[in-house]
Design a protein around this ligand. Sequence first.
Ligand code: SAH
Length: 269
Amino acid sequence: MTFPKTKKKYGQHFLYDLRVIKRLIEAANISKKDVVLEIGSGTGLLTRQLAENSEYIYSFEIDKYLCELTKENLSNYSNINIINTDFLKYNLNKINEKARLKLVANIPYNITSPIIEKLAKNRKMFSSIYLLTQNELALRMKAKPKDKNYSAFSIYCQYYFDIKKLFNVSPKCFHPWPKVNSTYVLLIPREIPPYKVISEDIFFKVVKSVFWGKRKMIKTSLLKSPYLDKVNEEVIRKVEEKIILNKRPDEVSPEIISEISNVIFQYCY
Ligand code: SAH
């Protein structure tokens, strides 16, 4: 197959191994009843297979040239809507479907975090989310305390989604080859949060603060981070009545951070 010239700024790495494409679809258990959303139709190989196997597919593509090309190549299918826009800017409320959607996509790796954030905000419209992404990001999504990949991003992802690693995909299955390994992950939106958080806004500010200090004790980070202007020595003493703060960020679980944030919220806000 000949590929169009790729644009690096759009993170274009096209899948061309049909066996891998079929594996992605099989793992997502797509059936003719499913309405599917795809981010980045690219040259449309995955889009075509999704259309063959699902009821209807909405596919977003930012690159106008690719969008026209793929629309033309897939013009035989009446169940595909290719939308030429930036997925990150699109208002997903415009998609009016009764049942929850599945998302299956080989996403542009350079915008994985903003994509996840957008999906988290709109999680109620999805039954399951299958993403082919950079292995390193997949490790960060799933990481637990003590793991070197444990970060604010891990806590964010795990708060909104139950995450499963499915399988790895070699760089050789893409054109051009990415410099990184890829992993297919499943994100299932949680119906209820995994632990009690009184204010999500304050919780995620506390999460960012804890990791802001890198290897610093979290007590110092909570005091000094730019995200929490109301936290002073007195607030710290209040938190310390319940929770030990002389710890490094990789030693504290999300549950403990939620407890810290609940005390801060009740005391300061
Ligand atoms: N799914 C295709 C293409 C993957 S490459 C395949 O597997 O072959 C990622 C695709 O996402 C590219 O086609 C790129 O142009 C598109 N893309 C990048 N940023 C985007 C954005 N913000 N919104 C929609 N599409 C985007």
